[in-house]
Design a protein around this ligand. Structure first.
Ligand code: PLP
Length: 370
C-alpha cells in the first residue's frame, strides 16, 4: 500500500518495509535456501520468541487469526448446540469460528469508554450451554479482564482472548493473550505485528491444550501418515514465520512510537467541540492498533478528511448482530445500544509507527478547519 506523498493512508506498510528491507530479505532468502517451506526452522524459532514476548509457556503458529480462534474453540470441544459469548463490535472473524463449529454466538454489549465487553452485562448472557467467553481487546486496549475472569471462573467457563489487535498490550502488567486459558493473535499485515500475508498465533500456559492445537493445525498428525484425530490445514507458513521473527524484534519500539503518536493526536485534538478522544484506563498499556475518535457527524468528518487526501476507517460500521449474515440469530435493532451508537460515531485516524509528527498535525489541522 504505497501512496503518493500528498495522500495520507490509514496504514502505510511500505514506509515500514523501507526501514527493515535488508533484514527481511535476508530472512526470506534463508528460507528459500533451506527450502523448508512447511513447518520449517523459522516456525519453531518464531514460536519460541513470541511465547517469550508474551510471557506465555507455549506459542503455536497458525494460518491466521481466524484459524487461531477456530483451533482454540475446537480444542475446548465447542460443538453443535453450544453457545459462545462475545461482543458485537468486532471483526466477523471473532464469530465465524463459533459458527463453523456449529455453535451459536451470543452477544453482550460493550463499555462506552473502552469499547470492550462490559462485565456487568456478562452474567445475564450465561446459560447452561455457554462453553466459552471471548473478550476482544479492541483497538489495542485490553478488556476489563479481572471481573470477566471472576464471573467466568464462578461458572467454570473458559475465557479465550481475542488479542488480534493487542500484541504487547498489558492489563495490570499482564500481557494480552495470557490472562485467559488461551490468547489468539492475528498477524494480518496491518496488525501491530503483521506478516506479509496471512498468519496467526495462539499462546497458552496449558501444555495439553498446546499439544492438541499443534496437532489440530497440522491434520491431527502424530507423524507423517498417522492421524490421531481429524484436524485442519491451518499451519503457519515458514516464510511468514521468518518475516514475523524479524518484525517481532522491532515490536516494542513500534508500539512505543504508536503510543507517542497517540499522545501527539491527544494534544493536537484537545478542546474540539463534540470530538471525543480515546481514553486509556489506568490499569492498561494501550498499544494503539487504531486511534479512534468519536463524533456525532462522523460521516461529514470522514468525507472532509478524504477531500484533503487523508484516509480514515470505521472499525466497524455494522455491529455483528445487525449483519445480513447473522439475521437468523434473531437480534433486533437496539439490542446493544452502546455498540450501535459506536458504529455511528467512531472514526479511525491514520496511525502507524513510521508516521511523522507533521502527519499528525496535518490530520489535526484538517479536523480543526471543519
Ligand atoms: C484481524 C482480526 C481477526 C482475524 O484475523 P485474520 O488474521 O484476518 O484471520 C480477529 N479478530 C479481530 C478483532 C481482528 O481484528
Amino acid at each position: 500500500m504505497s501512496t503518493s506523498p500528498d495522500k495520507l493512508p490509514l496504514v502505510d506498510l511500505h514506509r515500514q518495509y523501507e526501514t527493515i528491507r535488508p533484514e527481511i530479505q535476508a530472512a526470506v532468502n534463508s528460507v528459500l535456501e533451506r527450502t523448508d517451506f512447511i513447518m520449517g526452522k523459522a516456525v519453531s524459532e518464531f514460536e519460541a520468541a513470541f511465547a517469550a514476548f508474551c510471557g506465555a509457556k507455549h506459542a503455536i503458529g497458525v494460518a491466521s487469526g481466524t484459524a487461531a480462534i477456530h483451533l482454540a474453540l475446537h480444542a475446548l470441544d465447542v460443538e453443535a448446540g453450544d453457545e459462545v459469548i462475545t461482543v458485537p463490535n468486532t471483526f466477523i472473524a471473532t464469530t465465524e469460528p463459533i459458527i463453523s463449529l456449529g455453535a451459536k454466538p451470543v452477544f453482550v454489549d460493550v463499555d462506552p469508554e473502552r469499547f470492550t465487553l462490559d462485565p456487568p452485562k456478562l452474567e445475564d448472557a450465561i446459560t447452561p450451554k455457554t462453553r466459552a467467553i471471548i473478550p476482544v481487546h479492541l483497538y489495542g486496549q485490553c478488556a476489563d479482564m479481572d471481573p470477566i475472569l471472576e464471573i467466568a471462573g464462578r461458572h467454570g467457563i473458559p475465557v479465550v482472548e481475542d488479542a488480534a489487535q493487542a500484541h504487547g498490550a498489558t492489563y495490570h502488567g499482564r500481557k494480552a493473550g495470557t490472562m485467559g486459558i488461551m490468547g489468539c493473535f492475528s498477524f494480518y499485515p496491518s496488525k501491530n505485528l503483521g506478516a506479509y500475508g496471512d498468519a496467526g498465533g495462539l499462546v497458552t500456559d496449558d501444555p495439553v491444550l498446546a499439544e492438541r492445537i499443534e496437532r489440530l493445525r497440522n491434520h491431527g498428525r502424530k507423524d507423517k501418515y498417522e492421524h490421531l484425530e481429524s484436524g485442519y490445514g491451518e499451519r503457519l507458513d515458514t516464510l511468514q514465520a521468518a518475516i514475523l521473527k524479524v518484525k517481532l524484534a522491532h515490536l516494542a519500539k513500534w508500539n512505543e512510537r504508536r503510543q507517542y503518536l497517540a499522545e501527539c493526536y491527544n494534544h493536537a485534538l484537545t478542546d474540539i467541540p463534540k470530538l471525543l478522544l480515546p481514553k486509556v484506563s489506568d490499569e492498561c498499556k494501550h498499544v494503539f492498533h487504531l486511534y479512534v475518535v468519536r463524533h456525532p457527524q462522523r460521516d461529514v468528518l470522514q468525507a472532509h478528511l478524504k477531500k484533503q487526501g487523508i484516509h480514515s476507517g470505521i472499525h466497524y460500521p455494522i455491529p455483528l448482530h445487525l449483519q445480513p449474515a447473522y439475521q437468523d440469530l434473531g437480534y433486533a435493532k437496539n439490542s446493544f445500544p452502546v455498540a450501535e451508537m459506536l458504529a455511528e460515531h467512531i472514526l479511525s485516524l491514520p496511525l502507524f509507527p513510521e508516521m511523522l509528527e507533521g502527519d499528525v498535525e496535518r490530520v489535526a489541522g484538517a479536523i480543526r478547519k471543519l
